[in-house]
Design a protein around this ligand. Sequence first.
Ligand code: NAD
Length: 179
Amino acid sequence: LRGLLVGRFQPFHRGHLRVISDLVAQRGPHALLIGIGSAQESFTDENPFTAGERAEMIERALAEVGIRAVQTVPIPDIHQHAQWVAYLVALVPPFDVVHTNNPLTRLLFERARFTVESPPLFDRGRYQGAEIRRRIRVGEPWDELVPPAVSHYLAEIGGVERIQTIANREARAPSSTVR
Ligand code: NAD
């Protein structure tokens, strides 16, 4: 059986890595697909990194722990939630099981009669994209929350400066302004 893990990975953190390592240990690398959700989004507070950058983070972090050949697939959002599963099925190779803790994602896949499993959450207070982005914004230590490969990659692409610049711009600009 092939599993699909859907996430935004903004950024890819140690919680994501733990789930993937466990699933690969159980099923092997070819039995898991990673869907990169909200693929059209980047350079915003919630979604600072492009789908391509997120794919790169995932590949490097997995390579660092000796996991290769896990396929990643970008999945842009669509406006109609009711159509999302059918749309996603057309984008990714066949899969049987969905791994998610996102309630909406679970609901939509269950409605389409997929088996949905919730992998255990590891220290969710800390290993959470929103918490990592918050720490980066305010200048608190964050790199222990991501795999070393991700922290190196963010240094390479100026990820910290990007998150801080976006935050300053969003704080200054009135919400009605086109920017
Ligand atoms: P996320 O990166 O926050 O999390 C992805 C998954 O990683 C979680 O479900 C969870 O299982 C796992 N995870 C996260 N933190 C963990 C931790 N500490 N320990 C263990 N596991 C952990 O991503 P998300 O927000 O759930 O992504 C869902 C994506 O699906 C989004 O991009 C969303 O836009 C998309 N979506 C789109 C539509 C649509 O377009 N209509 C509908 C539903 C969902």
